[in-house]
Write a protein that binds this ligand. Structure first.
Ligand code: NAP
Length: 292
């Protein structure tokens, strides 16, 4: 039986509608939630993400200011810019695009972002709090996966969640979120990576399978059990013979896996559609906390 297709755009619109009231409450106090994006150089994936964030900010009513620093910027100048944004009371959220050019120290830069403005949860303090189950900002991509599952009726509680991928921005924080003894979590979590033996045996045990691998169609139908819920985080571009151009695909072989899964997120229009909305949620939350 073909799977239920989890509509990320619809869920993002639902979240956006819920933010309206919070934005107008802030507006009544003269506060306009503001997100500053900090981009070093011209990384094409970051530029594309920046365009998406700028569009979402405009739709939601979050003020955004893109700050661009040259590719050869010194570490000290990057840290000074972050400190300046930390001090600016009109700025509520700071998003630093990764990867940074090789000469820069990303961990030091992430650590410099004030935890109160760390709306993508990359500061080690935010990451530590996440793991401890303390109140913090969840990184927007795993936060989006959690919201997608909850809002489409696939609560991970008590389920076996298998995550393929252990990056610091997706796999690890998602695992940390799902193991908490909290609402929307409380799952049994297995994390797989390139060191995992017999990957297929493990993915087949999943009630919920999350793919965050970065390889087009790496999860094939024979790796998925009938009735699994599949969340595809991957964003890959492969040639499309029909158009002669590149097309966007996920880490899951969507067409084949949807015949076995109970529910599945498409790419595009699945997890990616919710990611930038979660950044809005975090920026508004930061503005509320900073102005309490
Ligand atoms: P990443 O840093 O490259 O990490 C990929 C992970 O997948 C690594 O942990 C790697 O294992 C694992 N892996 C790679 N090949 C594997 C294989 N054959 N079997 C098992 N594990 C394998 O990637 P990322 O930043 O997490 O991103 C993952 C995907 O999500 C990418 O397509 C990216 O574009 C996309 N993404 C989407 C969003 C969104 O908003 N939707 C946001 C961020 C990223 P090792 O650790 O052993 O190397």
């Amino acid at each position: 039986m073909a799977a239920e297709i989890i509509d990320g755009k619809k869920i993002a619109a639902e979240i956006q509608a819920e933010l309206k009231q919070r934005i107008s409450k802030l507006g009544e106090k003269g506060i306009n939630p503001k997100l500053v994006t900090l981009l070093v150089g011209e990384d094409p994936a970051s530029l594309s993400y920046l365009r998406g964030i700028t569009r979402t900010c405009g739709e939601v009513g979050v003020v955004t200011e893109p700050v661009k620093l040259p590719q050869d910027v010194a570490q000290s100048a990057l840290i000074e810019k972050i400190n300046e944004l930390n001090r600016d009371v009109k700025v509520h959220g700071i998003l630093l695009f990764l990867p940074l050019p090789k000469h820069l120290n990303a961990l030091e830069a992430e650590s410099a972002i004030s935890p109160q403005k760390d709306v993508d949860g990359t500061n080690p303090i935010s990451a530590g709090k996440l793991l401890l189950g303390e109140e913090t900002f969840f990184p927007s991509t795993p936060y989006g996966v959690m919201e997608l599952l909850m809002r489409s009726g696939h609560n991970p509680e008590g389920k076996h969640v298998v995550i393929v991928g252990r990056s610091n921005i997706v796999g690890k924080p998602l695992a940390g979120m799902f193991i908490q003894k909290q609402k929307g979590a409380n799952a049994t979590v297995t994390v797989c990576h390139t060191g995992t033996k017999n990957l297929e045996e493990i993915t087949k045990q999943a009630d919920i399978l999350v793919a965050a691998i970065g390889k087009a169609k790496a999860i094939t139908a024979d790796m998925v059990r009938e009735g699994t819920v599949v969340a595809d985080v991957g964003v890959n571009f492969i040639p499309d013979p029909a158009t002669g151009k590149n097309k966007q695909v996920g880490d899951v072989d969507f067409e084949a896996v949807k015949e076995k899964a109970a529910a599945i997120t498409p790419v595009p229009g699945g997890t990616g559609a919710v990611t930038s909305m979660m950044l809005m949620v975090n920026t508004i939350k930061a503005a509320e906390i900073l102005n309490k």
